[in-house]
Design a protein around this ligand. Structure first.
Ligand code: NAP
Ligand code: MG
Length: 497
């Protein structure tokens, strides 16, 4: 089914949906209806309208999926040559590329992001499988010298059944960044997508299966966090949980896993600063800071949601940033605007309430500040790119994650003050630094309490660079070779010879 992007867009706007969308779970190598008969409506945030439904699972579906994944740890997947595992993951990357048009259009409809963003997510997803395909046959242990009378070595073994709980902001690429290393390491997986954005994970599981993954190795169960998520994270056969989402849910997930002594990777929220020093290339920095916050309509855990700017350039920089923010066109993702929709009405409401709160405290709103609609249809869930100027350190807009297109500006007297402001939140996910002074950049990189530091380019890096947080942003790392660690256990074999 290799339809072009234009044909798919035409089909959607003329029929209000697309043919052949997945509507069930993917369990043990086949599409399965729910044990119960519950369904979830799937909304297009660009129009604020449901365009399909999927099965909503419960404990019974989770148990079927985990049992299939558990059985698969003892089946052909276990005995398969690592080189063959690698070939399957490479074929999956190819399958993602050859279905890219359809995957991207569906991701745009499900999430509300722009088509260009969805296309980029799909390219990243293929690249993630390609990257981990390359390591599947190179996960090797070491020998340990113990003297003439012993031989000792380590081998890296898959941990077993892994659970993956995914939020709604990057449905396909977040699924891939957990699944690909888990499969490369020889684990099996059960994934629960966000209830609002189930489609691309289902399509991905289907493509992995077509690429040769044995039944039961990758399963997807749709449904709510309270039904499917909690049943999955507390299932005794799950050995590792990779969770991406909010801090509060992360605490529940960690508690559930603790009861089974299962390990966890937690990728939680952030309030990441972009620090602009007066000596930076300010033209480049304006554009970079703009997209650090407004990409994906600000629904990015590592978004640069605070601008920390040196006082001498503050006024000029904020003025230019506000001007650029006002130029950005928002609208339905398939019409390829600069900024897409907010994925859920609850999230839109939350953003609105945060900005209203700032307004009532007398904060200067330098750009945006209001809910809006798709200009072509006068529908959908959108929020203007918003800029809040000169916030005090204890303001909720400095301390709490909004998860929307809202940038909070803080003014710093000098580099030391910038560092102090940057570290003064409960989070520690990412930080951006803009300066031409190498020493300032490297000193800040050393002293900032964050899992990743971007110098003169926010979001620099790719699947190769490890990603994760400090403090309440979580722990464990995904991506890169570090991202494999959660999925293997080290076994030591020591012999007297
Ligand atoms: P969320 O409410 O925590 O949901 C995340 C996922 O957890 C969803 O699939 C959700 O199901 C599920 N869930 C809810 N309750 C659960 C439970 N008791 N047990 C197991 N799973 C449960 O987060 P969100 O509001 O959807 O997503 C936004 C948050 O995610 C933001 O705070 C953002 O910073 C964070 N995030 C972090 C990263 C990162 O890499 N660090 C990336 C993206 C997002 P439902 O769909 O039913 O709610
Ligand atoms: Mg949620």
């Amino acid at each position: 089914m290799n339809q072009t992007t234009d044909a798919l867009i035409h089909e959607y706007f003329s029929t209000g949906t697309l043919a052949y969308l997945p509507d069930s779970h993917f369990i043990d190598g086949s599409w399965r209806a729910s044990a119960g008969r519950e369904t979830l409506e799937v909304f297009d945030p660009g129009l604020g309208k449901a365009f399909t439904t999927v099965a909503a699972g419960d404990e019974e579906d989770v148990d079927a999926a985990v049992s299939a994944a558990d059985a698969a740890t003892r089946g052909p997947w276990r005995k398969m040559l690592p080189a063959d595992r690698s070939r399957i993951l490479l074929r999956a990357a190819e399958a993602i590329r050859s279905n890219a048009a359809r995957l991207a259009v569906i991701e745009t409809l499900d999430n509300g992001k722009t088509l260009a963003e969805a296309q980029s997510d799909v390219r990243n997803t293929a690249r993630i499988f390609e990257y981990y395909a390359g390591i599947a046959d190179k996960l090797q242990g070491e020998t340990i010298p113990l003297g003439a009378d012993h031989f000792a070595c380590t081998q890296l073994e898959p941990v077993g059944v892994t659970a993956h709980i995914i939020p709604w902001n990057y449905p396909i690429s977040t699924a891939a960044r957990g699944l690909a290393p888990a499969l490369a390491a020889g684990c099996t997986a059960v994934l629960k997508p966000a209830e609002q954005t189930p489609l691309s994970a289902l399509l991905l599981a289907g493509l992995l299966h077509q690429a040769g993954l044995p039944p039961g190795v990758c399963n997807v169960v749709n449904g709510t966090g309270s039904q499917v998520g909690s049943a999955l994270t507390s299932h005794p056969k799950v050995r590792h949980v990779t969770f991406t989402g909010s801090v509060n849910t992360g605490i529940h997930v960690m508690q559930a896993a603790a009861r089974n002594i299962a390990s966890v990777t937690l990728e939680l929220g952030g309030k990441s600063p972009a620090i602009v020093l007066a000596d930076a290339d300010l033209d480049a920095a304006v554009e970079d800071v703009l997209w650090a916050i407004y990409s994906n309509a600000g629904q990015i855990c590592s978004a640069g949601s605070r601008l920390i700017i040196e006082r001498s350039v503050h006024e000029h920089f904020v003025e230019r940033l506000a001007e650029r923010a006002r130029q950005l066109r928002f609208g339905h993702g398939l019409r390829n605007p600069d900024i897409g929709a907010i994925t859920t009405p609850e999230q839109l409401q939350k953003i609105d309430a945060y900005v209203d709160g700032a307004r009532s405290r007398g904060v200067r709103i330098a750009a945006g500040g209001r809910r809006v609609c798709d200009p072509a249809s006068d529908a959908g869930w959108f929020f203007q790119p918003t800029l809040l100027d000169n916030l005090p350190i204890h303001d909720p807009l400095v301390q709490e994650e909004v998860f929307g297109p809202v940038l909070s500006v803080q003014v710093a007297d000098n580099v030391e003050h910038a560092l102090e402001l940057a570290n003064a939140t409960p989070f520690g996910l990412a930080a951006g630094i803009y300066t031409r002074d190498f020493s300032h950049a490297m000193r800040l990189a050393r002293d900032l309490d964050a899992g990743q530091i971007y110098i003169n380019e926010y979001f620099a890096g790719g699947v190769e660079t490890p990603f994760g947080g400090n403090k309440r942003s979580g722990f464990g790392r995904e991506k890169g070779l570090e991202g494999l660690r959660a999925y293997y256990a080290v076994k030591t074999v020591t012999a007297r010879i």
